[in-house]
Structures are given as structure tokens and as C-alpha cells.
Ligand binder design. Structure first.
Ligand SMILES: *Cc1c(COP(=O)(O)O)cnc(C)c1O
Length: 353
């Protein structure tokens, strides 16, 4: 065991990297050799440990199982042609993680644990970050309430952990969506802006109903009126009407995505007219009917940019036409050029490990 910056490292005897088939990965199923674990107890964070990936011991009465105090982040590490490993805007994820923590009455995680722990972990398992377009190491920091006892009150004990999963370029298949007119993902004053595990749990049932109808995802609308677009599944949403790009503003119902923020900046860099404002379903349907609706796409770390090929809203069904100057394609290309350090990183989004 070695110790630096108060992170204790217990390395595996033998890495599994040599026996892993990187051409045949299922997203989120394979994990690297190591993970990070840090416990919050008696009002403070204890020493963080990096140790071999494996099961953790929690009692059945752990509060996370009963009251759902659980949050997470999703981020990626990329390897460039020279073999350097970079993180993409990791500070943004750390800040957002702590915003989620506050909303769920959980302790915030200091930079020395989140950022230094993440960097040390990625560095230790850097062989797991492979080269290739679309290839990455998916990083999953998360926190759970680990106090034993079923009294309905915030936990007095938490575990902050990071696990990492190698990911190849991933194609989701065609995505057609249903515009929500009954179910909601988030409400005013709720936890929609937080990366709370429960937000996902609540979306699975409506999403299953959409799948049964032959649609892959749901475009969430505002809970109060179902008249305005909010998110595309678990991604932020962009709509292109004419040559103008529109995206819903982030608020307490809408997650403030790092990819969304990056796409807005790239649009500005390319002199594309981009507006952060509410977009009504009516406006989108009218644009669809008169041929002005050119693209809809979702943005998020896991799939980066996902074009939506068509949608259904109540009785209105519309397939989007193919466009030869697709913004989705442009942004996907520009983002991967930055991820793999193929262009000048003018906004200083990469952090080298
Ligand atoms: C994580 C997430 C996003 C995308 O955020 P990124 O920072 O771009 O990965 C969008 N919407 C929801 C609901 C999310 O959970």
C-alpha cells in the first residue's frame, strides 16, 4: 500500500486489461481493475481508498434502499493519437455533483477527493483507455446513503465511489420519440436538475410504454401544461427550425448538461444562431407541417449527440427529412475533434492526466 495526498492505494495483483475483449463491449458492463471508495461519517470525509473493483458490504437497512438518497455523474476520459489521456470539462461535473448532493440533503465532496481521486484512478487504470474514434473510458462517480436504519431522515453516513467502464463508439439505432402529454419527468421545485438516481427510476415505466408503441424515447414536456419541450429522454434537447438552433433553458426541472453547454458554445463559434428559450410543441408541429423543422437531437455524455428521426405528438406523426448540412453531424464531429485532441482546444475543455 502506498499513500499520496491522503488517498490510500491498494493495487490489484494482476490487471484484467489483457484478457478484456475491447471489440466486444456492452455499454456499462465491464469495469476496470480499480475503484475509489470514501466514507462520510461523524460529519466528515474519511481517507479515500483506491482498491480492486469488487462488491461492497452494505446492510439491507441501508437508507439508500429505502429512501433513495443516491446521486451520480457521468463523464469520460479519451486517449489521443499520441497516447495522452484527457478528461473533458471535469470541473463542471464536480460542481454539478455537489449541487445534486445539496438537493438530496447529502454532504458535498471536496475537490481533493472528487478531482484528485478521479485523476489518480484514471491514471492508475490508463491502460483501459483505448484509442479510436468514439472509444472512451466512461467514468461514474456516485454517492449513496449508507447508514443502517429505516427511520425516514437523511442518512448520517454516506459512501462516495467512482467506478470506470471502457466504452466503444456507440450507435443507438434509429431514434423516434413520443412527445409526453401525460407523464412528467420533473416538476417545479423538484429534483429534475439534479442527477438523482430516482429521476431515472421514474422514467423507466413511461419509457417502456413508448417502447411498446415502437418509439425509443420520450421527449419530456413541462409538467404543468405539457406544452413546452424540456428534455429528450436522459439528454438535453435541441431543435433546429430553419437555420436557427433552439434549446430549452435550464431551470429546476431541466438538467444543466455539459454537452448542451458545449454545443451552445460550438454553435456560437460557427456563427450559428442559437437561442436558449422555451420551445412549444405547437411551434415545433407548425414548423414540421410547413417544412421548416430541420433537425431534433439530444445531447449527453454517453451518446454525445443523438439525432431524432421522427416523433409522435398525440395524433400528429412526423418524420424528419434528411438534411445535408446537419448541425448534429457538425457538432458531433467538432466535439470528437476536441475529445481526441485533434484540434486546438481553444476553450480549454481538456484536462490532461
Ligand atoms: C446527465 C443528463 C443529461 C446530459 O448531461 P451531460 O452533462 O451533457 O452528460 C441531460 N439530461 C439528463 C436528465 C441527465 O441526467
Amino acid at each position: 500500500m502506498t499513500s499520496t495526498h491522503d488517498i490510500v492505494v491498494d493495487q490489484v495483483q494482476e490487471s484484467r486489461v489483457g484478457t478484456t475483449n475491447f471489440d466486444n463491449l456492452i455499454f456499462g458492463k465491464t469495469f476496470t481493475d480499480h475503484m475509489l471508495e470514501c466514507t462520510w461519517r461523524d460529519g466528515k470525509w474519511e481517507t479515500a481508498h483506491i482498491k480492486p473493483y469488487g462488491p461492497i458490504m452494505v446492510e439491507p437497512s441501508s437508507k439508500v434502499f429505502h429512501y433513495g438518497q443516491a446521486i451520480f455523474e457521468g463523464m469520460k476520459a479519451f486517449k489521443d493519437a499520441q497516447g495522452n489521456v484527457h478528461l473533458f470539462r471535469p470541473e463542471d461535473n464536480w460542481i454539478r455533483f455537489n449541487e445534486s448532493a445539496k438537493r438530496l440533503a447529502m454532504p458535498t465532496v471536496p475537490e481533493e477527493i472528487f478531482m484528485d481521486g478521479l485523476k489518480k484512478l484514471v491514471d492508475l487504470d490508463r491502460e483501459w483507455v483505448r484509442q479510436g474514434d468514439g472509444v472512451s473510458l466512461y467514468l461514474r462517480p456516485f454517492m449513496i446513503a449508507s447508514e443502517n436504519g429505516v427511520a425516514a431522515a437523511p442518512s448520517t453516513e454516506y459512501k462516495f465511489m467512482i467506478v470506470m467502464s471502457p466504452a466503444r463508439a456507440y450507435y443507438r439505432g434509429d431514434v423516434r420519440v413520443i412527445i409526453a402529454s401525460q407523464f412528467s419527468r420533473a416538476a417545479d421545485g423538484g429534483v429534475g436538475y439534479a442527477k438523482a438516481a430516482g429521476n431515472y427510476a421514474a422514467s423507466f415505466y413511461p419509457n417502456n410504454l413508448a417502447l411498446e408503441e415502437g418509439y425509443q424515447q420520450i421527449i419530456w414536456t413541462d409538467a404543468a401544461t405539457h406544452e413546452y419541450l424540456e428534455e429528450a429522454g436522459t439528454m438535453n434537447i435541441f431543435v433546429r427550425i430553419g437555420d436557427k438552433l433552439l434549446t430549452s433553458p435550464h431551470n429546476d426541472r431541466i438538467l444543466n448538461g455539459v454537452t448542451r453547454r458545449s454545443v451552445i458554445q460550438l454553435a456560437k463559434d460557427h456563427n450559428i444562431d442559437v437561442e436558449e428559450r422555451r420551445v412549444s410543441v405547437k411551434e415545433m408541429n407548425e414548423a414540421a407541417a410547413n417544412g421548416e423543422l430541420k433537425e431534433i437531437f439530444g445531447t449527453g455524455t454517453a451518446a454525445v449527440i443523438v439525432p431524432v428521426l421522427g416523433y409522435k405528438h398525440e395524433d400528429f406523426v412526423h418524420d424528419l427529412p434528411a438534411v445535408d448540412d446537419s448541425y448534429a453531424t457538425l457538432f458531433k464531429q467538432k466535439l470528437s475533434d476536441i475529445h481526441y485532441n485533434r484540434v486546438n482546444d481553444e476553450h480549454e475543455w481538456l484536462v490532461k492526466i
